[in-house]
Design a protein around this ligand. Structure first.
Ligand code: 3PG
Length: 407
């Protein structure tokens, strides 16, 4: 893949796809800027080298609480880069094209959340993605495309695979270093343990299938909402509060997939042995045999016996790959599982953490000492399952179609 070293930046209008998908506070503003910080090097290099920079990114998912505009991201980027960064509330319309064509050397504008347009939340083959409104609307005013959004590289969405199909594509600095560092999973020390927590249940089940099927994982440890889904799949009654949450998130069908996985590879999949709920305003742990909890009590963390069990499995590991918190770490009563589990993982010879919410959890909890903390969650996991990343493949393949004319 070509990198910024191969791009003649000065005077070039570059569309730069970054991944700044971040936690959003109740005030609708950014709650953590780690992902923005990660892209500072790429953006400042393009600006300093005289590029005309149009930034593309997504935030949240349609219908979700974090599905907000990129205005506050642009403001924060401006502070981080110590350089004025414009924002326009358009992505590929006339207003967006005007903002891009008005750029002078060293200028930078953040375009609106790509997912405000429905096609961006669909996955396409690159050639089809190149025909979407986003790509046909914006590509004519761009000379080159830089993909720095490693964290979104597992999505085959238009802003990720469409542009490099019609424009010369380059890996940004984050993309370049992630691809170098994560390298080849087959070369990491064995035994390998995958810890799958957090709330992205279907992605985690995909990963579990893949690493178990390919023999990459000696053990898969489940925690967080992922662990809860596996417990239900195993016949445990977690009570209404946890079940309703899983249902509301649209993950009900995942229970059957989790059950199939347990049938096929159950001996290598570890399930929580106890969970923590809130009772009388306190953390209260319940063994799985004593479940369900009382009405309205949700499983918010893994409990102490799960922790000891998982710590034992980690003691023998050569490599541990972790993604997603073990519980509701934002709440002091339920951060213990995440803190202890991740701390135990730092003692493993090679410890790789998949990013996003996990990286912000670790910063908040002050857990340090991993071999690598990736900016990507799902993308890092995909790479660590030895699966190709569609956005990287599209960059590698280079333009296969002519750039639409600017008229
Ligand atoms: C992530 O946070 O993992 C990436 O930004 C991709 O987001 P998505 O899972 O909503 O596609």
């Amino acid at each position: 893949t070509d990198t910024l070293d191969d791009l003649d930046v000065e005077g070039t209008t570059v569309g730069v796809r970054i991944d700044v998908n971040s936690p959003i506070g109740d005030d609708g503003m950014l709650a953590d800027d780690a992902r923005l910080r990660a892209h500072v090097d790429t953006l400042s290099e393009l600006i300093e080298r005289g590029g005309r920079v149009a930034v593309l990114a997504h935030q949240g998912r349609p219908g979700g609480d974090e599905f907000v505009s990129l205005e506050s991201h642009a403001e924060r980027l401006s502070k981080l880069l110590d350089h004025p960064i414009d924002y326009v509330d358009a992505t590929f319309s006339h207003a967006a094209r005007e903002a891009v064509t008005a750029l002078e050397n060293g200028d930078c504008v953040v375009l609106e959340n790509t997912r405000f347009y429905s096609e961006e939340y669909m996955e396409f083959e690159p050639e089809r993605a190149a025909q979407t409104h986003l790509v046909t609307g914006l590509a004519p005013v761009l000379d080159a495309y830089v993909n720095d959004a490693f964290a979104a590289a597992h999505r085959s969405q238009p802003s990720l695979v469409g542009f490099p199909t019609v424009l010369p594509g380059y890996a940004g600095r984050v993309m370049e270093s992630e691809l170098d560092t994560l390298g080849s999973i087959e070369e990491t020390p064995e035994p390998r343990v995958y810890v799958l927590g957090g709330a992205k249940v279907s992605d985690s089940i995909d990963v579990a299938w893949s690493v178990l099927e390919k023999g990459l994982a000696d053990h898969v440890l489940t925690a967080g909402v992922v662990g809860n889904v596996f417990l239900i799949a195993d016949g445990v009654d977690l009570g209404d509060a946890s079940s309703d949450f899983i249902y509301d998130q649209g993950y009900w069908d995942e229970i059957d997939r989790a059950a199939d996985l347990l049938d096929a590879y159950g001996e290598r999949v570890a399930l929580p042995r106890d969970v923590a709920v809130e009772r009388d305003g306190q953390r209260h742990e319940i063994g799985v045999n004593a479940l369900p909890p009382q009405d309205a009590e949700a499983a918010m963390d893994i409990g102490s016996s799960t922790l000891s069990y998982y710590q034992r499995l980690l003691e023998d590991a050569g490599t541990v790959i972790l993604n997603g918190p073990a519980g509701v770490f934002e709440d002091e009563a339920f951060e213990k599982g995440t803190r202890r589990l991740y701390n135990a993982a730092t003692d493993v010879e090679m410890s790789i953490v998949g990013g996003g919410d996990t990286a912000s959890a670790l910063r908040q909890l002050g857990v340090e000492g991993f071999s690598h903390v990736s900016t990507g969650g799902g993308a890092a996991l995909r790479m660590l399952t030895a699966e190709p990343l569609p956005a990287v493949t599209a960059l590698e393949n280079g333009p296969t179609q002519q750039q639409p004319a600017d008229d």
